[in-house]
Design a protein around this ligand. Structure first.
Ligand code: EPU
Length: 333
């Protein structure tokens, strides 16, 4: 067995039978046809993956594809990027090239290939806003296919990959960017922070700078403190459910109007006094309660116990069931 704990940012114990590095699209087709029915797990940057099975009796696939192709059409830029490209580096590279759109998504950890899986999102922008299509390896048909945006079924932290989890391997993602900046600074702190730092809301580089500083002040760096970012999704409820809760908790942050209302799960957990709560090596982060950190010694059972405590406390006080955000190997509850 190979020790692969270092491949994930949560650093839970993880061994697998073998690891296959996929470095090109051609390489994927040849290697995958030989796999047969052996269980497989795709691990890119490993920053949104929770390993609850310390010994995986299968093969870990690491999509390190470095493809990069640019097509311009008027003010639009169509950028096809290999699954192995680190996301934050890509954001900075596009801004330096004068191609805009990804500035609010700066400093998100992980690789390109994982971005469509959970439809990464931050500060009012989601991948879906700039995704044009995704090239995939289809394990069932043993062939390469492309999915367009409607076929990808993007939603809040959701995509077709969540509905059919083990069928596809992302090879490349084509992003649609623009040579014209369209600044999006409506999300809470962004405009306040731009003003505080004396930066320009019209400049995408300045927006990225502010996003980076907000993230650095709120979220623990996964390279230093093991974590997977938000551990839970913000619950999306009918407005009447949110209104009922707001009567009891008037200061509860909510977003959106219309058919559904999103509630800030970090606030729900924070208000229960759970920040800093520890079980073994795991703790609820004391700056952002949606994040669970590992001091490097944590076990899967300790994580299960802390998650169970958070879920039962939230359910008991607010009547809401939080959903786990990261991908899991094995059972969390
Ligand atoms: N809040 C608290 N206490 C906390 C955490 C949050 O009171 O411990 C309050 C904040 O003061 C704010 C509200 O809750 O009023 C929302 O907090 P924040 O703006 O930090 O955003 P979030 O809803 O907690 C989501 C994403 C983050 C993303 C931020 C910014 C999810 C599950 N998480 O967090 O994504 O960076 O918005 O857009 O949607 C991730 O997915 O890993 C991630 C970090």
């Amino acid at each position: 067995m190979f020790d692969l704990a270092g491949l994930t940012t949560l650093k839970l114990p993880f061994k697998a039978k073998s690891l296959i590095r996929l470095t090109s699209i051609e390489n994927v087709c040849v290697s995958m046809q030989q796999l047969g029915s052996i269980p497989r797990l795709v691990v890119g940057g490993g920053s949104n993956l929770v390993i609850l099975e310390p010994e995986f009796d299968g093969i870990v696939l690491r999509p390190e594809i470095q493809y990069y192709d640019i097509k311009e059409s008027g003010n639009d830029v169509y950028l096809e990027v290999g699954a192995g490209h680190p996301w934050h580096q890509l954001v900075m590279k596009t801004l330096d090239a004068g191609w805009f759109g990804l500035e609010n998504l700066a400093l998100i950890p992980g690789w390109m290939g994982a971005a469509p899986i959970q439809n990464i999102g931050a500060y009012g922008v989601e991948l879906k806003d700039h995704c044009h299509r995704v090239k995939l390896y289809d394990f069932e048909e043993q062939s390469i296919i492309e999915l367009s945006v409607p076929e990808l079924k993007f939603g809040y932290r959701h995509s077709v990959f969540k509905e059919i989890p083990d069928r596809f391997l992302v090879l490349t993602v084509t992003l649609r960017l623009s040579k014209h900046a369209t600044p999006r600074v409506c999300y809470g702190e962004i405009s306040e922070e731009l003003e505080r730092q004396g930066l320009d809301a019209e400049k995408p580089h300045d927006i990225a700078k502010v996003v980076i500083s907000i993230r650095q002040s709120k979220l623990p760096d996964p390279d230093i403190t093991p974590n997977v970012g938000s551990f839970f999704k913000n619950p999306v409820v009918r407005p009447e459910v949110a209104d009922r809760l707001l009567e009891e908790f008037p200061e509860m942050p909510t977003y959106g109007s219309g058919e559904y209302t999103k509630i800030a799960a970090g606030w729900l957990i924070d208000r229960l006094g759970l920040k800093g709560q520890k079980i073994g090596g795991f703790a609820v982060n004391d700056r952002q309660a949606l994040v669970i950190t590992n001091d490097g010694t944590g076990t899967a059972d300790e994580l299960r116990a802390l998650v169970a405590l958070i879920l039962s406390s939230v359910k008991a006080t607010y009547g809401l069931s939080l959903a786990i955000e990261p991908t899991q190997l094995g059972q969390l509850n």
